[in-house]
Design a binder for this molecule. Structure first.
Ligand SMILES: Nc1ncnc2c1ncn2[C@@H]1O[C@H](COP(=O)(O)O)[C@@H](OP(=O)(O)O)[C@H]1O
Ligand SMILES: [Mg+2]
Length: 277
């Protein structure tokens, strides 16, 4: 549990970024523009990016953000340790005002996420986990100034939570559901009836796997390493796995264009192999 004090700056950054995001969310000034890959970006993405960057720079560990320029991203040495951040994951959900967006901060070491934070500012929910140190969630964590380390220690809820039923629950994207993901869900439905399907935006899907609220998160289209690193660290710390599909290797941050292959995340306590060919 030392990670709460070790990575205190990341906790502070996530909550301060959450406050800046909500300030934009509660205004009508989103300033939506399109990036070169045609994905949307808002004033909230950029404010969050600046806050997290400036706070994490004090750790003397390089910072790589989704919103950095491609030139800056290429300069970061990904051989050692670096922060990998998505200042606002679920920009489409943000723009459509459904509240399903997150702040993601991961620490990557030797190509593997070893620590992750996901903050859901609209729900006051915070998730964090570190390799060999477990994963936890906190409720009623308001955006803004971070509570003390002792507050985090005494209010933590260990993940996974206990599960109340045997139905296999699959969680999938709300805004980007590829035909391959739909085919995978159909095949699971045939093999493991009854199957329940949930849809949610952003890294909230990883949080649902880490808590055990959902059992499977299939992603059969290629999302980026900043979309997955924090969630993977939390799921693995909780005892689950995030594996490439269909090979079944542990997902790693090894791609020069930061684009992940297809993957399947499996909740703690579920045997991963049964879902692979
Ligand atoms: N085909 C694709 N290629 C790259 N990124 C993708 C993608 N489909 C979805 N994403 C990104 O994945 C993130 C989460 O999406 P989803 O809610 O569908 O899980 C979003 O990140 P951002 O909002 O940070 O840009 C979205 O842009
Ligand atoms: Mg983003």
């Amino acid at each position: 549990m030392d990670f709460i004090s070790t990575y205190r700056t990341a906790f502070i950054a996530a909550l301060e970024a959450g406050a800046a995001i909500l300030e934009v969310y509660n205004s009508n000034e989103f300033n939506v523009t399109r990036k070169s890959d045609d994905t949307p970006v808002t004033l909230a993405d950029m404010k969050s990016h600046q806050i997290i960057h400036s706070l994490l720079e004090s750790t003397n560990i390089p910072v790589l953000s989704e919103e950095d320029s491609p030139e800056h991203q290429k300069k970061i040495k990904t051989e050692g340790k670096y922060w990998l951040i998505d200042p606002l994951d679920g920009t489409r959900e943000f723009i459509s005002r459904n509240g399903e967006f997150t702040v993601n901060i991961a620490l990557v070491e030797n190509k593997q996420p070893v620590f992750g934070i996901i903050y859901i500012p609209c729900n006051n929910l915070l998730f964090a986990g570190a390799k060999n140190q477990g994963a936890y969630m906190w409720e009623e964590i308001a955006p803004g100034n971070a509570p003390s380390v002792s507050f985090f220690m005494s209010n933590k809820i260990k993940l996974p939570l206990s599960k109340s039923n045997d139905v296999l629950t699959v969680v999938a994207s709300k805004s980007h559901l590829s035909p391959e993901t739909i085919d995978f869900i159909k095949s699971i439905d045939q093999k493991f009836k009854p199957v329940q399907i949930l849809q949610s935006g952003s890294s909230i899907k990883f949080c649902k796997i880490a808590t055990g609220e959902a059992d499977l998160y299939p992603r059969m289209d290629s999302i980026m390493e900043w979309d997955t690193a924090a969630g993977q660290a939390i799921i693995e710390a909780a005892g689950g796995c995030v594996l490439t599909w269909p090979d079944g290797d542990t997902l790693r941050c090894i791609h020069t264009d930061f684009r992940n292959p297809n993957f399947l995340a499996v909740a703690p306590g579920r045997e991963c192999k049964q879902f692979f060919p």
